[in-house]
Design a protein around this ligand. Structure first.
Ligand SMILES: NC(=O)c1ccc[n+]([C@@H]2O[C@H](COP(=O)([O-])OP(=O)(O)OC[C@H]3O[C@@H](n4cnc5c(N)ncnc54)[C@H](OP(=O)(O)O)[C@@H]3O)[C@@H](O)[C@H]2O)c1
Length: 314
């Protein structure tokens, strides 16, 4: 089988195509035939050597969808079952998705009972789990007014789709006025141009902050006294708030991290995706052998949607 291996950090041309033996299941791990996976900016940082805990050589990639191709009878899975995996050390502590087959701990395989193309299924794990986990932290009631800051990011679009399915009113942002119509077409009730500060008189019940601490102070200006803001992203490149006082928080402030997956939350997200036929746009698809071009697209493409790599064909 083909694995695109990083023997050391470097640019997008550092991936080395390696022929490896297909792994064999163990008492704790099953073999996943990887059909497709989405790309994440975090993988570009790992490739650059900016993830100090990642040791090389490593097959990176923090999420994948595919079928179980080898497993033991007591794993809870059967050969041919459609599953997904994400996070929990995937592509960091052990080899991840940039290969045709991967050995995955059984407790990190999750059923994916949705019928769709592999490319479409590949948009689900990290973006929808992050979005749903973040919304869950907000504890909103039906009809609540949500603000998504960083609305054109994949997590932002997944949050918009989920939030509409959950019955919220959604305002969402972009720095780019050209993208606002796309957000409306995806179901946003209101779109706001983000110029570093937001022009709105609304007091939001919930705020999903994906731009991060660079806009958090401004976001909190628009939070209702009983509202909650969740910090999940750092698109603005900042992850802390200088001279922060807790008295700046009008309501409640929390965070979400997808590092350790809560299987119950993930299955609730999958149920919403299935019931409401939610589809995150796909920006571009690539072959596994074109991983260098896929990484270039992460930097250069300004299209809305997930970049997906197809690892195997049926
Ligand atoms: N906490 C967690 O567990 C978790 C999990 C996954 C991702 N994340 C974080 O969540 C964020 C979103 O991730 P993603 O993969 O969904 O992102 P993504 O799809 O790569 O987001 C791309 C969009 O971000 C916006 N953007 C880029 N730079 C920006 C800046 N300096 N200021 C404001 N907006 C900027 C751009 O939108 P416009 O041009 O339209 O403004 C761009 O289209 C990232 O910070 C990521 O690290 C966190």
């Amino acid at each position: 089988m083909l694995a695109m291996v990083l023997n050391h950090p470097g640019n997008e041309h550092t991936f080395h195509a390696e022929e490896r033996a297909i792994p064999v299941s163990t008492s704790t791990d099953s073999v996943l035939k990887i059909m497709a996976f989405g790309l994440n900016y975090a993988e570009l940082l790992t490739r650059n050597g900016e993830s100090p805990d990642v040791k090389f050589p490593r097959v990176i990639g923090i999420e994948a969808v595919g079928t179980v191709s080898d497993t033991t009878t007591d794993s809870g899975f059967h050969v041919g079952q459609t599953v997904m995996t994400l996070m929990g050390g995937l592509g960091r502590e052990f080899d991840g998705s940039y290969e045709e087959y991967a050995l995955i701990p059984n407790h990190q395989l999750y059923p994916l009972p949705i019928k769709d193309s592999w490319a479409q299924l590949a948009t689900i794990p990290e973006s929808f789990y992050t979005a749903y986990g973040s919304l869950n932290r907000l504890r909103l009631s039906t009809g609540a007014h949500l603000l998504i800051r960083g609305g054109t990011s994949n997590a932002g679009i997944a949050a918009l789709l989920l939030a509409k399915a959950m019955g919220y009113t959604v305002s969402t942002t972009s720095r780019n006025s050209d993208k606002l119509t796309t957000l409306q077409n995806l179901g946003a009730d209101e779109t706001l141009l983000d110029c570093g500060s937001l022009e709105t008189t609304t007091s939001f019940d919930g705020i999903l902050e994906l731009v991060g601490t660079s806009t958090l102070r401004d976001s909190l200006q628009h939070l209702a006294p009983t509202g909650t803001a969740v910090v999940t992203g750092g698109l603005g490149g900042e992850w802390s708030l200088p001279d922060f006082s807790p008295f700046e928080i009008p309501g409640y402030l929390t965070n979400f991290q997808s590092t350790n997956v809560n299987a119950q939350l993930l299955s609730q997200a999958v149920a919403l995706i299935k019931d409401h036929r939610l589809q995150l746009p796909i920006a571009q698809t690539f072959k596994l052998t074109d991983i260098a071009q896929a990484h270039q697209a992460m930097v250069n493409s300004h299209k809305i949607g997930k970049i997906v790599v197809i690892a195997n064909h049926e």
